[in-house]
Each structure stands twice: as structure tokens, then as C-alpha cells.
Design a protein around this ligand. Structure first.
Ligand SMILES: *Cc1c(COP(=O)(O)O)cnc(C)c1O
Length: 368
């Protein structure tokens, strides 16, 4: 039986990619903000509906350097129900993450608790549009304004998502997108920061290139995080097809919804008001008491049939071994509750309808 993984990378045809990279054999310009890099920035600015885009070699370095460029200090409020990258980017900048709990329905930062975590050391909020669900951007903006805080969204899951007709990357001071192979849109590896302030864009440009301002002037301690021309070429190709890919994901999503809705003990995503979604993930929360089987039992049953769902996001980042018990997981009880029960099912554009049926069949066999 063929293995089904949680995701499968979108790719253009071989011919389309070869055609895109041909020019590189004429120019011999392989990286350092070449023609492909510039073209992709311009196209993404348009597609994402934002004032500025800066490309990076991956989403994580984009986030790390965006935090550095904002000159933050002290504490940053975030959530533990996310990929390692979000928390690591904060800690690697010498800042203290303060963990806010999540909303039990859409799993984004719980804005009702956010304000109570602000201290005189707080400098920013880094919320996560987790699974492609949009955070309560209006309330976050209100709170940020009131206390003079910066807002950087981890928008790794929300490529192409629009809220109230606006590109999701246009909210907050900046947003980070990931173009990793496993995401809705990929440039093999890659990432971007979207922003409004053009000065901030120039800071990012320098920070991703060692802090070099001019041939003889290096005036910030930057890193090397430039997107290369082969990545940008893949990005240009995949951008031509991303709307079709999202349309195909929608069909997969709707099939899952049809087969799993209304089952006692199964909690699914709910459509969000005013959001144009991207169908990035299909998380299912299993409430054992009502469903009869646990998340782990369902996961094992799928694995036995060569279907590899993932426990995104388990464990919570505030319980990682590398933090040596520095954070109290009991301060985020909802995140803890969800992380023990959630399973992210295979979700990609080319997932066949019959495979969705088979996956749901195995899950429903676990209903007791
Ligand atoms: C994928 C991801 C990142 C990091 O992106 P990379 O491009 O893999 O570095 C950050 N945050 C979240 C929530 C992600 O899923």
C-alpha cells in the first residue's frame, strides 16, 4: 500500500522549472538579490496585497531578523500552540516569551487574556494564525495601540488568506510567511516578511546580508538569510499555480468535512467570518469521552494502514526539553488540553477523494 504523508509538496512541471532557471546559465548570478529574487518580491507584493515584501532563505530566519529589526526588549507575548520556530525566534533574540493561552475553537491567541499578561517590560506581541485561522486582528491592534506594542504575526500558515478583503499580511507591523516545501505555497525552502514601513524593509535587506550597508560600512550584526535564485525561480513557478492548488485543497477539505461532521467527540475547524481561507491544514480534536478512542489510538490505527497524520502541535513549545522547565504549562490549560487531543490529517492539493474516504473510514472505525 502506498504511504500517505501529512503533506505533499506542490511542484510545477519539470519543463516549467527548467525554463525558469535557464537564464541563470547566462547571468551566472545565483544569489545576492538577483533578478528572480526581485521579480518574486514584486509579484508577491501584488498577490499578498501588501506594501512591502522582503524574501528570506526560510521563514524562521525571516522571523528572527524581523524581531531583530524591531529592536525589541524584555518580554514578548506569544502562544505555545505553534511550531518550534515562533518561540525559538523570540528566545534566540535574547527576549523572554510570555505565553498566552489559546481560544478553544480556533486555537489562536486568546485576546480575552492577552491584556492581563502585559507588564512594563512587554515590547511586542507575536500571535500565530495557526492552521490558517485568522487571529482576532482588530482586538490585537487595539491592545497594541493602547500599550505601544509592536505586532509581528507568524503567518506561516496563512499564505493567500484574506480578511475583510485585505491580504492577511497587511495587518500588524509585520507578518512572516513560510514557503517551506510542506506549506500551501513553497519555494523549496523560503520565507518572507511583509511590512508597511519602507525604512524597516531596508533594515531587513541589510540584516539578511550580514548587516552590510555599503562596501566599507557594516553597521548592524546581521546574519546570512538571503533567498537564492533557484528558490525564487521555484517560487515564481509555484505562484502561477497556487490559486488552482488552493481550489483543489478546498475540495479535499470539503470531503473531510462531509465525512467527519456531526460525529460525537470529533471537533472540526469552523469557517471564520469575513475570511477567505487557504485550506492549509485539517486538524481534528478527539474528545475521548464522547468519541470512545483517544487521539493516540486514532493516530496508531492510521499508521497501521500506512497513513501518517501528525500531532501538530504537540508538545507545546513551553514544555520543550531545551527550556528545562522554565515555563509553567499550567498557565496555558486550553493549549495543553488541545495539544493532547489534536491530530492533523493528510492535506494536500493532490490527495485523492478515495484516500480521504479511506482515512475517514479508518477514523470512524475507532468510534466506540
Ligand atoms: C513552518 C513554520 C515556521 C517556520 O518556517 P520555515 O520556513 O520552515 O523556517 C514558523 N512558524 C510556523 C507556525 C510554521 O508552521
Amino acid at each position: 500500500m502506498e504511504k500517505i504523508l501529512v503533506t505533499r509538496s506542490s511542484m510545477p512541471s519539470f519543463e516549467e522549472y527548467v525554463d525558469e532557471i535557464k537564464e541563470l546559465w547566462d547571468s551566472h548570478w545565483l544569489t545576492n538579490m538577483g533578478a528572480k529574487h526581485k521579480e518574486l518580491e514584486a509579484r508577491l507584493q501584488d498577490y499578498l496585497g501588501v506594501a512591502g515584501v522582503s524574501l528570506f532563505t526560510n521563514g524562521h530566519m525571516a522571523l528572527e531578523l524581523a524581531i531583530q529589526a524591531m529592536n525589541l526588549s524584555g518580554e514578548v507575548i506569544t502562544t505555545p500552540f505553534t511550531f518550534a520556530s515562533t518561540t525559538h525566534a523570540i528566545v534566540r533574540n535574547g527576549l523572554t516569551p510570555v505565553f498566552c493561552d489559546i481560544d478553544p475553537e480556533d486555537y489562536t491567541i486568546d485576546v480575552k487574556q492577552l491584556e492581563s499578561l502585559i507588564t512594563d517590560r512587554t515590547s511586542a506581541i507575536i500571535p500565530v494564525h495557526v492552521y490558517g485561522n485568522v487571529c482576532n486582528v482588530e482586538e490585537i491592534e487595539r491592545i497594541a495601540k493602547k500599550y505601544g506594542l509592536k505586532v509581528i504575526y507568524d503567518a506561516a500558515h496563512t499564505f493567500g488568506v484574506r480578511y475583510k478583503g485585505r491580504g492577511i499580511g497587511s495587518y500588524g507591523d509585520a507578518s512572516m510567511f513560510s514557503f517551506h516545501a510542506t506549506k500551501v505555497y513553497n519555494s523549496i525552502e523560503g520565507g518572507a516578511i511583509t511590512f508597511h514601513d519602507q525604512e524597516f524593509g531596508l533594515d531587513l535587506y541589510r540584516l539578511k546580508n550580514f548587516g552590510i550597508r555599503g562596501e566599507e560600512v557594516i553597521d548592524s550584526i546581521g546574519a546570512n538569510a538571503k533567498m537564492n535564485e533557484f528558490q525564487a525561480a521555484m517560487g515564481l513557478c509555484n505562484l502561477r499555480h497556487v490559486d488552482e492548488e488552493i481550489e483543489k485543497r478546498k475540495k479535499v477539505f470539503e470531503k473531510y468535512m462531509e465525512l467527519l461532521s456531526g460525529v460525537d467527540g470529533i471537533q472540526l475547524l469552523k469557517p471564520q467570518k469575513d475570511v477567505q481561507p487557504n485550506y492549509a491544514y485539517f486538524p481534528v480534536v478527539f474528545h475521548e469521552k464522547e468519541f470512545g478512542s483517544s487521539r493516540n489510538e486514532v493516530c496508531e490505527a492510521l499508521k497501521a494502514q500506512q497513513i501518517f497524520a501528525r500531532k501538530y502541535f504537540y508538545p507545546l513549545t513551553n514544555t520543550f526539553d531545551c527550556f528545562n522547565g522554565m515555563y509553567d504549562v499550567n498557565e496555558t490549560p486550553t493549549a495543553l488540553h488541545i495539544s493532547k487531543r489534536v491530530l492533523t490529517l493528510p492535506m494536500y492539493a493532490d490527495l485523492k477523494e478515495e484516500d480521504v474516504e479511506r482515512i475517514c473510514g479508518i477514523i470512524l472505525e475507532q468510534k466506540r
